[in-house]
Design a binder for this molecule. Structure first.
Ligand SMILES: [Zn+2]
Length: 392
């Protein structure tokens, strides 16, 4: 059994509240971490560190839990750069472009889809993302939804069946039939490859009755619940997510007072996706309002070819601080521990003995630099399951 000691850490963000400075960030100084068999075996003052087979010198830099990106759509073919350009020239975003990606995805081979998923997974890892949720949702038929999820399981255990992304063109005039397909044969084919089920509950996608029906049968099939809610306008999504005990309501851009209250009294995380507002030039969600109401907030990328083609959690942290009223500490917590809560995981997003050895070493002395130095590649090294990802 080979052990690895990470030492000479300047600032260590543990996300173990009350064990150091920085409130929920649990910041420790002069600490070291011993990694064995992909887990943190020991964490404490460097002068008491146990002997190890190998050493990784953090060179006085900050060490944080790896990012937990709890919302990404990585299984697709093609891109929509031209749609982005048109939007930046003044055309509004309606979600309709999803159908363009569906056509390209259905036409793509397994190898093409696999290459895209792997490229984006690697890209995210290099930016510190050690856990990533990946949704289907560009197949929208039995074969292609199951295929998308099967390919996603090759790179993550956090897979989400999103057959209810939009109603595909061939069902445009009979949405009830499509919901029947999602709840029946498509769910049966997808469930073996999925941990979660999700619905895009929005005007132009699925209404509350459809979303409730889909989530209810998904839950009965053993899947956890998540929901795309209140992205493009006010709506019933957030209330439905809370009512059904979903792990997360995602987007939360247009919330009523009752929506905020419902989230505050629940175990449902509000996952904010500022890359989507950035890429659609839309108003950002009000993170400050949610945090002040004591709602648990997560940050994620929403990486997808239409409305947010970024895999960068540091970029989302910077946006959340600059545009959404979050402090750097709140944004870093939301992008790590918050994401873990949104996936109901206790072994990631935190650095303590027993947790997965998923962490990043910055090219910076403090977590503040993630927001303070936007657009700069600050991730020097990433450990995933204890294995260095960026260089040996
Ligand atoms: Zn999404």
């Amino acid at each position: 059994m080979s052990s690895l000691l990470v030492d000479n850490i300047g600032e260590l963000v543990t996300n173990v509240a009350g064990t150091g400075e920085g409130g929920r960030l649990g910041i420790r100084r002069g600490a070291a971490i011993l990694v064995e068999e992909g887990r943190i075996a020991w964490l404490g003052p460097a002068r008491y560190a146990p002997a190890a087979d190998r050493r990784l010198d953090a060179e006085g830099a900050a060490v944080l839990p790896g990012f937990v990106d709890s919302h990404a759509h990585l299984v697709f073919a093609g891109d929509r750069a031209a749609e982005f350009a048109a939007r930046m020239a003044g055309q509004p975003y309606t979600g309709g472009g999803i159908r363009t990606t569906v056509a390209a995805t259905r036409a793509a081979s397994d190898d093409v889809l696999r290459a895209t998923v792997r490229r984006l997974r690697t890209e995210a890892m290099r930016q510190g993302t050690t856990t990533i949720e990946i949704k289907s949702g560009y197949g929208l038929n039995v074969t292609d939804e199951a295929r998308s999820l099967r390919i996603a399981t090759e790179v993550t255990e956090e897979t989400t069946f999103l057959g209810a992304h939009v109603v595909p063109t061939e069902y445009a005039d009979r949405p009830d039939d499509y919901v029947g397909l999602v709840c029946g044969p498509m769910l049966t084919a997808a469930a073996p490859y999925a941990r979660w089920i999700d619905v895009f509950c929005e005007r132009g996608a699925f209404d509350a009755d459809h979303a409730r029906a889909i989530l209810t049968v998904g839950q009965a099939a053993g899947l956890g619940l998540r929901l795309h809610a209140n992205q493009l306008g006010p709506g019933p999504g957030v209330q439905l997510a809370v009512e059904l005990g979903a792990a997360s309501a995602d987007h939360c851009t247009h919330l009523s007072g009752a929506d905020v209250e419902a989230l505050a009294g629940s175990s449902t995380v509000a996952t904010l996706l500022p890359g989507a507002e950035f890429s659609t030039r839309s108003p950002y969600p009000d993170a400050r309002r949610l945090l002040d109401a004591r709602v648990t907030v997560a940050l994620a990328t929403d990486c997808n070819p239409g409305s947010s083609y970024t895999s960068s959690m540091p970029f989302c942290v910077a946006l959340a601080v600059r545009e959404m009223g979050m402090t750097p500490a709140e944004a870093v917590w939301a992008a790590t521990a918050g994401g873990a809560r949104a996936l109901r995981r206790t072994d990631v997003g935190v650095l303590r003995p027993g947790a997965r050895a998923d962490l990043m070493i910055l090219d910076a002395p403090s977590h503040l630099h993630l927001a303070y130095r936007p657009g700069v590649p600050l991730i020097r090294q990433v450990l995933h399951n204890g294995v260095p990802q960026c260089r040996p």
